[in-house]
Design a protein. Sequence first.
Length: 277
Amino acid sequence: MTKILVTGSNGFIGRQVIKRLNKSEVISDSINTKRINLQNLEEVMKLNRSDIVIHLGGKTQKELDWNDYFINNVIGTLNILEYCIRKNVKKIIFVSTYVYGNPKYSPVDEKHVINPHDTYTKSKYLAEKLCELYSKKFDLNVTILRPFNIFGKTLPNGFLISNLLKSVKTDEKITIVNKNSKRDFLYVDDFVDVILNIKDYDFKFEIFNIGSGISYSFNEIIKKIEKITSKKINLDYKNNKEIFIKEIKADTTKINKKINWKPKIKFDEGLQRIFKI
């Protein structure tokens, strides 16, 4: 039986991946119930050997400094890559992020120029380059996924959808910056489908943008949620031209062709699952 190590198994996406895997397939990312420290290679090497690594571990919180992101996202990925080589792992699926900054065109494909727009994104792109290096040098099969905006019921605080959910529940006022900005949202179950499908392919080195291919403005999203909840959300609107990005939308042509994948859960259905209280 194929053995799979899922790093970040207690995170927003990791928990959903674990739910969908057969328990007998999963290699725990904990030792004696204590989650291993990915920044410590000695600890990482104590993990049992796996055939596949789904690497979700790292820091996503906003406004951390560069050292935090570098240690967690870059060094952590380097140690997982070392684990792969030393334990003779067949393939790694690395979940990165949107790395294109303010796009020159939309929808955004994988050939778009890279322009990491903050320290978090820079750390993830640097981790991508490590994956590419290890793929070439050690003949490790690597697939990099660049999700645009993943949402779901247990999305952590600090993101648009989770902030709106908190406001619906508590009536806390939240600030919406650039309400006409449009973004591409994909429900977490669809993203997990991608991960679990990709693990059955032996790509030497591939990068895929992952999204719905449809964008909605922040204002459109708010109106949809207010309709679902029959509640007016307590909002403060602001404009900031310096950070205004008109639209970010994924071109999913490549992933559709390679593994015949398309999202199943429409955006409105995803919102219903979250906000139908």
